[in-house]
Design a protein around this ligand. Structure first.
Ligand SMILES: Cc1cc2nc3c(=O)[nH]c(=O)nc-3n(C[C@H](O)[C@H](O)[C@H](O)COP(=O)(O)OP(=O)(O)OC[C@H]3O[C@@H](n4cnc5c(N)ncnc54)[C@H](O)[C@@H]3O)c2cc1C
Length: 240
């Protein structure tokens, strides 16, 4: 296997044209390739500047999970910090998690940030939504979003060998009409559901509105976790 390490978008585009297979930290693909055979050509974005940015409104796909710190909103930092083990986080990347894994602990965080995916295709870089990114699995260069007012993340403890633990993420944003918008996303099993609502000062009203979205189908136990997180997020905003 030949591994290409493009240092510019033009070089990455050449690799795409040559059908190079994207590789992040290889925490998932290595075992598969050992079993099924290695591709002739792979490419890593680890030397591509655009894929290595970390900021309040952007995160590159080649960023290794344990490098994600308080430069990004809390919800993303906390999501990255709870993925797998320390050894996995030292190697696995944002792109591998969002495009390549089934658990995708970063996805609820990206959803509540209303993040857009920057993807590279044969004709250049495009911005797309997360649903399309997951459906088409293009080469992910990074994510962009607007800095939220506040955000929160919780992953319940996992039972060894059991189903994926519940994940609840939420964020408060200034919306285009200069009101406040509350977004919540929940990973329940392998499914991710999300909902959002305009949000005034009344927490019960916001929770009621959220309950009329897809989040209303959650189990009582999962909804309790949502309720506690949303209440905490809105209370913190009130006391800030
Ligand atoms: C022990 C263990 C525990 C784990 N626990 C969790 C957990 O709690 N939560 C969770 O969410 N995940 C968990 N994972 C999965 C982990 O998140 C993935 O292993 C990791 O995110 C994959 O990242 P990687 O960079 O190593 O990807 P790789 O193994 O390199 O690639 C995986 C797939 O993603 C594709 N890919 C990689 N980068 C890109 C890109 N930029 N654009 C498009 N496609 C790309 C590859 O082509 C490949 O198909 C766990 C994994 C292990 C081994």
């Amino acid at each position: 296997m030949l591994l290409r390490l493009p240092i510019s978008m033009a070089e990455a585009q050449e690799c795409l044209a040559e059908a190079a297979v994207p590789i992040g930290g290889a925490t998932l693909v290595w075992a598969v390739w050992q079993r099924d055979g290695f591709p002739e050509l792979a490419m890593s974005l680890r030397d591509l500047p655009d894929a290595n940015v970390i900021g309040r409104e952007t995160l590159g796909a080649a960023v290794v999970l344990n490098r994600i710190d308080d430069r990004v909103p809390d919800v993303l930092r906390l999501a990255a910090a709870t993925v797998g083990t320390g050894a996995v986080r030292r190697t696995a990347t944002v792109g591998g998690n969002l495009v390549g894994s089934t658990l995708r602990c970063l996805l609820p965080a990206a959803l509540v940030l209303d993040a857009r995916a920057m993807v590279l295709e044969s004709d250049g870089v495009h911005e797309t939504d997360l649903a399309e990114m997951m459906a088409k699995r293009p080469l992910l260069v990074g994510l962009r979003w607007r800095d939220p007012i506040a955000s929160a993340y919780r992953k319940l403890p996992a039972e060894a060998g059991g189903p994926p633990p519940l994940v609840v993420a939420s964020a408060l944003h200034v919306d285009d009409g200069a009101g406040i918008r509350l977004r919540v996303a929940v990973r329940d099993g392998y499914d991710v559901v999300s909902g959002d609502t305009a949000c005034g000062t009344d927490t019960e009203q916001a929770l009621h509105a959220l309950h009329t979205t897809a989040l209303g189908d959650l189990s009582g136990e999962a909804w309790d976790v949502v309720r506690r997180q949303v209440t905490g997020l809105l209370d913190d905003r009130g006391s800030a």
